[in-house]
Design a protein around this ligand. Sequence first.
Ligand code: SAH
Length: 325
Amino acid sequence: MPLQRIPPGPLPSDDQRSSASIAQATAESGLRQRLARMAAGVARLAQGIEQQLSRNTEGEHPSASGLKAGRVYLVGAGSGAGDLLTLRALHCLRQADSVVYDRLVGDDVLAMIPSGVERHYVGKARGHHSVAQEQIGQRLVSLALQGKSVVRLKGGDPGVFGRMGEELAALDEAGIRCEIVPGITAASSACAAMGVPLTDRAHAQTLRLITAQQCREGGEPDWASLAREDETLVFYMGLNKLDAICQGLRGAGLADDWPIMLVANASLPDQQSLIGRLEDMPRRLAQSPLPSPCLIIVGSVVTLAHQRLEREAHAVTEPVTLSNV
Ligand code: SAH
């Protein structure tokens, strides 16, 4: 609509002018206040929309840090060694506003978190229980709702015995978007460090990752289904269940001399291992206790680790001569 000019009226007297200017000033200040209130309302609305978008839309709203604001990244830290962290995980650590981590994340990995990034430890303190899973979920939700990009850093792969399902459920319930960055699980690290494959055409056509926690509170793994010679069994969280595992598998038909290997602190400088048979491993562990975290690997692939160690010992002790090079 075109603007209309208002024709000027007769000029007011001095009295009229002063009462008119008071009235005008009052009106202006009222208008300014209303405008200020409206501006604040618009700003609040814009902020709310911005937060909502960063939670609910794909791609468009990175936080100042580069990851997306109000989003949670469930990131695998690998099994301890810093150089087993994936590039994607490293990118997340460098860009995050907050990192929520627990006990199994290696020191080398923690050292890669930039100093300005908020850290939240939710692992077990000495002599105490870990932070309850429900509280971890709440913490993730609350940080994300503050508009932060949150990295939830877990040892190994977040999807392998990492209680990722519960965290995903808490985030879903709160309407918070989430991305998953896989990590190198302890089974892969331990076998790689021992120089053996997890599966092998000649040894194991199936791989099973098992939580030994099933051995607790009356729950028993299905030993009969586990006691197979064409599989590699990897027990997580099993160090204090070794007796039950060896007995269960022998009871279900695996031979007493079936190969078993324990690998503690896999991939770390203080890695330790024991290689033996189902019948003698509990005794050997009692003689040479291993620290936690420790993995138990059962299966024919373990014989390859044994052969490799023997070859290496031989290579070290045998003097190098022209005839054996
Ligand atoms: N998400 C982790 C597993 C968490 S459950 C992963 O993918 O590796 C914790 C168990 O993992 C420990 O009790 C232990 O059995 C195993 N574990 C984790 N890190 C390990 C390591 N560096 N060496 C040996 N076992 C490890």
